[in-house]
Write a protein that binds this ligand. Structure first.
Ligand code: CTP
Length: 397
């Protein structure tokens, strides 16, 4: 039986060596039921849990188990990596997750993961102690930050009669994650997106500046996810974080950011930067000397970048970010005042939502002032939800 949700989609299923590998055979069957064309790649350890004939029977293709011995290909990992529209690893052991997070490609599954530009879905499975170990949690944070989707683990029975967190989620949930990954994948194809990110630095003298604590991580996540979903992204940023797939314009001050934005046409403008509201009116040519005593620094307003975009004749969909130190009410008021299509609020004093954090808890505020609170998520997950929300706004236009 096929429900067709993955009809014709090319799915590489990576299987690493855990007891949940026996469920991967059923997962391969369910992916096939949904219409996918499935190829299996196994670590050597996985072959100790389940035999290749089981996968061959279910998928109609011999699993790849080695970088060297696969018949008919001199480079099975790059063949699979290019063929895949999505790679799903289930079960993903601590060792396989760590190889991917660190770029170690010493066997065929990790080499395939390193070689692919397809989205990757990971279903961790391990003992509770291993899952909760700080090293594993660091690995998971890294993988999330790299844009990979993590499903699970769940709580339940583990190998050896143990019970706890670390059990692989059920195959149905994994099929669902694969389907959602592929469905949402290119929903922004060709959309021209402008993103501002990072905190601006306003020069006092050649050495010193006025700045703020924004790291640019949220804005970069928004830009990278948009690019991966098919958008043409210009990222005007003060941060040197990587932004694969984006046209990056590096700036430092509010004025430079305003100039770069003014020169960029777009259909969607996401103003995620923390722009200084004021700057020193005069920048000292020489470094100010301590011996001259405390300087009197006169401030002047910086250009309001968001307002200049809202005022464009050909107004794009405009999104504001409100990093606040209190409740959402101020951001609701700001959304109306700034006339944005969507405002993203977060409380920078809340645990897990501060500057520089890899996670964030946001509330989306729509044009009518309606609020849509989200869970504490990785910034990449927030960016995924953000674009899904914005996609709906774009479709209404
Ligand atoms: N923003 C901008 N240009 C500025 C200042 C802010 O484009 N000179 C944008 C930010 O990128 C953000 C939104 O405006 O998307 C809200 O920024 P925020 O500093 O919270 O707004 P303000 O109106 O300056 O409010 P506050 O009184 O809190 O400083």
């Amino acid at each position: 039986m096929t429900d067709g949700s993955l009809a014709g989609r090319r799915v590489v299923l990576g299987v690493s060596g855990g007891i949940a590998a026996y469920k991967a055979v059923y997962l391969a069957r369910r992916l096939g039921d949904a219409g996918a064309d499935v190829r299996v790649v196994m670590t050597e350890a996985a072959t100790g849990f389940v035999g290749t004939p089981s996968f061959a029977a279910v998928t109609g293709a011999e699993p790849v188990v080695s970088l060297f011995s696969h018949s008919g290909s001199v480079s099975p990992h790059t063949d699979l990596a290019r063929w895949a529209e999505v790679v799903v690893v289930a079960p993903a052991t601590a060792a396989t997750l760590t190889r991917l997070a660190t770029g170690l490609s010493d066997e065929v599954l990790s080499a395939t993961l390193l070689a692919t530009s397809a989205p990757v879905v990971l279903a961790p499975a391990m003992h509770t102690e291993m899952w909760e170990h700080p090293a594993t949690q660091r690995t998971i944070e890294t993988l999330r930050g790299d844009g990979h989707t993590i499903v699970g683990p769940a709580e339940g029975h583990l190998a050896g009669g143990d019970v706890g967190a670390g059990r692989m989620v059920e195959p149905e949930a994994i099929v669902d994650a694969v389907t959602r990954t592929l469905a949402g994948e290119r929903d922004l194809e060709g959309v021209e997106v402008l993103v501002t990110a990072g905190g601006t630095r306003e020069a006092i003298d050649p050495v010193r500046y006025m700045g703020n604590r924004s790291s640019g991580k949220m804005g970069h996540a928004v830009a990278v996810v948009a690019a991966r979903r098919g958008a043409k992204v210009t990222l005007v940023t003060t941060s040197s974080l990587p932004a694969p797939g984006c046209n990056v314009v590096s700036v430092e001050s509010a004025q430079e950011m305003a100039d770069a934005v003014a020169g960029t046409e777009c259909e969607v403008a996401v103003m995620a930067a923390a722009v200084a509201d004021f700057r020193p009116a005069d920048r000292a040519e020489e470094k100010l000397a301590r011996t001259e005593g405390p300087p009197h620094i006169v401030l002047e307003a910086t250009p309001d970048i968001l307002s200049s975009v809202v005022a464009r004749e050909n107004r794009p969909v405009v999104v504001g970010f409100a990093a606040e130190t209190g409740g959402v009410e101020r951001a609701v008021e700001k959304a109306a005042r700034q006339d944005v299509d969507l405002m993203v609020y977060n409380d920078v004093t809340a645990a897990g939502s501060g500057f520089g954090s890899d996670t964030n808890r946001v509330i989306f505020i729509d044009r009518d002032g309606g609020t849509d609170p989200q869970d504490l998520l990785s910034k990449v997950e927030v960016a995924e939800l953000f674009w899904t929300k914005l996609g709906a706004i774009l479709n209404q236009r």
